[in-house]
Write a protein that binds this ligand. Structure first.
Ligand SMILES: NC(=O)c1ccc[n+]([C@@H]2O[C@H](COP(=O)([O-])OP(=O)(O)OC[C@H]3O[C@@H](n4cnc5c(N)ncnc54)[C@H](OP(=O)(O)O)[C@@H]3O)[C@@H](O)[C@H]2O)c1
Length: 281
């Protein structure tokens, strides 16, 4: 599995990680087995949030990583309504308890809400000083929000921006990816399979993926993941509660597409105009 520098953290993280949204619906043993299979394959980046299953998913992750915490790059998120200074500290304690761990690798603001960013970032920095989190980042931040966070925190503090990124939604390529590259902020692309709406095999895009996949003896989803993580600064976190799917997704971390293949995909899934607001789920 290809490792890449995660922003300016100094940590090397696999190009492909594991999402966990709605895992509470998949049956706990399946979810735990899938996460553990991923860890066995080096898919160490696990993304969760206090929001998922109202805490149930963090408990599932806690069970999956028990006894192997040192091999996990563990990320969770605080809800915007909890993101006051004191609220961040409280929410983090809750997540640590459910995850049965002493610290998070990265703690994210799930999306920007009404609490002033100064408070949220102040809470994050306190957590770093107290050893409860190693790094902090943001999610669903457009360039304007990123500028605001940078003005408060200064360069080199924000580890990542987690944003929607899949073949049919490439809006972050307009400004968000270039901004993050310039400021050393990793991009974590969420919902890489369109959150369960992967291009059908009969669509124009689906046929283009199938053609590349056939020639390489890989699957269309592996082609899609390889495309999404083609840049050094971009990571993807597909969610799966199936061991077989986790294996398929992990193997995509070793696929490097040629310039011709990238161009074929770009043509099949046009970027489109920049939307007025950053798309999010
Ligand atoms: N920050 C945010 O606001 C935000 C928002 C959305 C998502 N996220 C994060 O990003 C993660 C991924 O996004 P997502 O869960 O929305 O959707 P996704 O990863 O795009 O798609 C997940 C769906 O694809 C299926 N799948 C996965 N691998 C497959 C494979 N190899 N073959 C066939 N089907 C496969 C899964 O089913 P199986 O489980 O059956 O494999 C599931 O139905 C989330 O879980 C979450 O951690 C963050």
């Amino acid at each position: 599995m290809r490792l890449k520098p995660f922003g300016r953290t100094g940590v090397a993280v696999p190009a492909i990680g594991q999402g966990t949204w709605y895992m509470e619906r998949d049956g706990r043993p399946n979810a735990v087995a899938a996460l553990r299979a991923g860890l066995d394959l080096g898919v160490s980046h696990i993304d969760t949030a206090e929001m998922y299953g109202s805490g149930l998913v963090e408990e599932i992750v806690g069970e999956a990583i028990a006894g192997r915490r040192e091999n996990v790059f563990l990320v969770s998120k605080v809800l915007p309504q909890h993101a006051s200074f004191e609220g961040v500290l409280r929410a983090c304690e809750g997540s640590l308890g459910r995850l049965r761990t002493e610290h998070l690798d990265v703690y994210l603001l799930h999306w920007r809400g009404s609490h002033p960013l100064e408070q949220t970032i102040g809470g994050f920095e306190r957590l770093v000083r107290d050893g409860k989190i190693r790094f902090w980042g943001v999610s669903n931040f457009d360039v304007e929000d990123l500028e605001a966070a940078l003005a408060i925190a200064g360069e080199g503090r924000m580890a990542c921006n987690q944003v929607l990124y899949h073949l049919e939604e490439r809006a972050i390529e307009h400004e968000v990816i270039p901004w993050c590259r310039e400021h050393g902020v990793a991009i974590v692309g969420y919902s890489p399979f369109g959150s369960g709406r992967f291009p059908s095999a009969t669509s124009g895009g689906g046929r283009a993926l199938a053609e590349i996949a056939r020639a390489r003896r890989i699957t269309p989803r592996q082609v899609a993941l390889a495309f999404l993580v083609r840049e050094d600064t971009v990571f993807a976190i597909p969610k799966s509660s199936s061991v077989e799917h986790v294996r398929e997704n992990a193997a995509a971390g070793d696929v490097e597409l040629s310039a011709e293949e990238v161009e074929q995909i770009v043509n099949a899934f046009p970027l489109g105009r920049q939307p007025r607001t950053l798309p999010a789920l």
